[in-house]
Design a protein around this ligand. Structure first.
Ligand SMILES: Nc1ncnc2c1ncn2[C@@H]1O[C@H](COP(=O)(O)OP(=O)(O)OP(=O)(O)O)[C@@H](O)[C@H]1O
Ligand SMILES: Nc1ncnc2c1ncn2[C@@H]1O[C@H](COP(=O)(O)OP(=O)(O)OP(=O)(O)O)[C@@H](O)[C@H]1O
Ligand SMILES: [Mg+2]
Ligand SMILES: [Mg+2]
Lengths: 257, 257
């Protein structure tokens, strides 16, 4: 049984994709079999791993809307043990297409339960909204949700709304849903703002905030333009180190190391 | 007749709210009567101007879903000539509530046509998606859409999807819809990535890219925590200067100065 984590936060640009892609890559580098599922119509996780979404026959769109078996959409990447279920632009239409579908919130969970049992970890990258795609991601999150939080004031504002949505999904759709942890991202040590935001988040969420803080690092922004995770693009950068340490912290908490 | 611009880009965290709030504030400072309409359920534009959404009787939710007259939702801010139609969290539910409504894409356009004719400019801030709320924003955009583009690689990827959506809305809902301009945001002169992204955007969009470039400036991230636009928080910062110059460039192009 794969451990399934969903990366969610309706605030845009907070590092959901960057965290999903880089934690997935370090998990694979540590020897675990990893599946990354991209349910964002922007397909940023797909292109961040060098997969060209125009070349694909099947995507997560088919899995969710046409109930195609997940297995047919699984695509290997250049990195051993790291596979992806890619997204595609037509997923943007899924929101409307799924509105009257039966058990529409469970499509992803059901698809993942039918997946081959060869993955140790499954990470799901969500779009910046609390619509049907993110609700699918939260319903499928067997082991919890990982919430990237940018070290910016506006990123604080949306957290209470996100927690309310998580509570709703726990009550109505996924009784096991819990917050696995909050990851502070794009930390800039030169500014008070970054420190204040971390302090504020720690006050509210206590030890559910991962100790590892991800610094702002240009290398992390460059890596997707080469279609590779940071461990390939620049493994000695501060961003790479931080994601490596975060992955270790996650594995420790999961009792895997 | 108010000039109506919509700020849209489904990529998250690119500076839609920051651009809407600060251009609105500088337009008001230049003597124009300005209405800022916040159709993002996160309500970041609302809190960036110090308006407490929990205290409000009516919001843009009532205007869109209950067809309450826009006039009743208009709220003054501390700054002369700058009014806002605030958002509220329950707007997140509007996407589902509006699905079967008649002419659901025209709700905002119709509401704005019923607004008092005392505004020179109306700016609409959208959420990071291409759903019904952003489509309402694009349908209401009488004079065009302003597209903030973060100087990051992943921000490039979504532009073609956004342009396709704009074309769709022009054909089906708003024949006058055009791109008023693209604003490059969070420019970091120390990195090649920023420069490459600007070059790439200029190649595709030519002179539809505003000449004014908004630099990354911590002050811009701080201002919302004080509930004020940058011209109040730190008028001499690089971010303030850039938004002042951008506003002048917009006014020049509109033949207002
Ligand atoms: N620690 C970091 N340092 C510098 N840049 C970063 C960092 N993390 C992410 N970025 C860059 O910031 C931008 C936003 O990050 P990302 O796209 O991962 O966020 P997101 O939450 O997935 O966005 P969306 O809401 O659009 O899905 C991207 O261009 C990314 O490359
Ligand atoms: N030029 C800038 N320099 C530094 N920080 C900025 C700048 N512009 C915006 N920010 C900060 O970056 C974050 C993202 O900006 P903003 O919220 O305006 O983007 P958005 O596109 O409206 O996001 P969303 O997609 O969630 O609506 C915010 O915390 C904001 O304060
Ligand atoms: Mg993303
Ligand atoms: Mg915004």
């Amino acid at each position: 049984m794969s451990i399934i984590y969903t990366l969610a936060n309706q605030k845009g640009g907070v590092g959901k994709t960057t965290t999903a892609v880089n934690v997935a890559a370090y998990l694979a580098a540590e020897g675990f079999n990893v599946l990354l599922v991209d349910i964002d119509p922007q397909a940023n996780a797909t292109s961040s791993l060098g997969v060209d979404r125009r070349q694909l026959a099947t995507s997560v769109y088919d899995v969710l809307v046409n109930q195609t078996p997940l297995e047919t959409a699984i695509t290997p990447t250049q990195w051993p043990r790291l596979h992806i279920v890619p997204s595609a632009n037509q997923l943007a239409g899924a929101t409307v297409e799924l509105v009257s579908a039966l058990a529409r919130e469970h499509r992803l969970r059901v698809a993942l339960e039918g997946a081959p049992d060869r993955y140790d970890y499954t990470l799901i990258d969500c779009p910046p909204s609390l619509g049907i795609l993110t609700v699918n991601g939260l319903t499928a999150a067997r082991n919890g949700v990982i919430i990237p939080v940018q070290c910016e004031y506006l990123a604080l504002e949306g957290l209470s709304q996100l927690v309310q949505t998580i509570d709703l999904v726990r009550r109505a759709l996924n009784p096991d849903l819990r917050i696995r942890g909050l990851v502070m991202t794009m930390f800039d040590p030169r500014t008070n703002l970054s420190r204040q935001v971390i302090q504020e988040v720690r006050q509210h969420f206590g030890n559910r905030v991962f100790r590892t803080i991800i610094p702002r690092s240009v290398r992390l922004g460059e890596a997707p333009s080469f279609g590779e995770p940071i461990l390939s693009h620049d493994p000695r950068s501060s961003g790479a180190r931080a994601y490596q340490v975060l992955t270790k912290e996650l594995l420790l908490g999961d009792g895997k190391i």
